[in-house]
Design a protein around this ligand. Sequence first.
Ligand SMILES: [Mg+2]
Length: 270
Amino acid sequence: MAAVVAKLLAAFLVALAVSGAGAWEDVKLELDDGMPLIHMLRPLLSTGGHLGRKGRVPCDSWRFAVETNTLRGWKTIPARCEKYVGNYMMGGHYRSDSRAVVNEAIAYAEGLKLSGNGNEVWVFDVDETTLSNLPYYAKHGFGAEPYNWTTFGNYVQEANAPALPETMRLYKRLQALGIKPVILTGRREDKREATAKNLASEGYTGYEKLLLKPQDVKVHSVEFKSGERKKLEDAGYVIVGNIGDQWTDLLGEPEGARTFKLPDPMYYIG
Ligand SMILES: [Mg+2]
């Protein structure tokens, strides 16, 4: 116990020192469970409690409504929830929620009886699923600022987004089991090169397909993604699982035999 406290304290002090130097977004720290952190740790601040009360808006309840697809069509997070969402994303809560999802996904996958034909695939989304855009959103109010196509597009082209470590754990486990990853993203074709480069540099290798939205076609996310999943099934693949951070990743037949929703309180894609 003392060792854990010492580690957390050391991480907190490092985070404080680095944030003072203005380069905290590049920090990768380790928790006692050995999982690398993708962002500065703020372990001593919870997402509820004082911050929740100070925000006046019940931000926990707002996030619940978001994650259950009850609140739809929102453009930005409530202004008073910016600190709440920032602490949720950068502290342990987001990682813990992601871990709960991935633990269940792995348990499910390990229980599957595979055909032996190698035709089972698992569909992965990109943004806030395989890759984390926290370095970008930490500089843009964690979703409090309206979405900006230009600045986010430039960020994507840099191809430096870190992997969400929990998703990477699932990805590697599925490959070991013989289930092939398929990457299906709402990013458009002009981002293919940067997306492939970013995925590879973060260790996402050996996937079966990388599917992006056509460049100039106007198509709703659900329509596009379910259409691509239908094509996979028509080609003989069996979609045993599907994971994403948006409900538009998971809705629309064929959804996949089972779907897994990762947390994302920063933005809504309709
Ligand atoms: Mg996404």
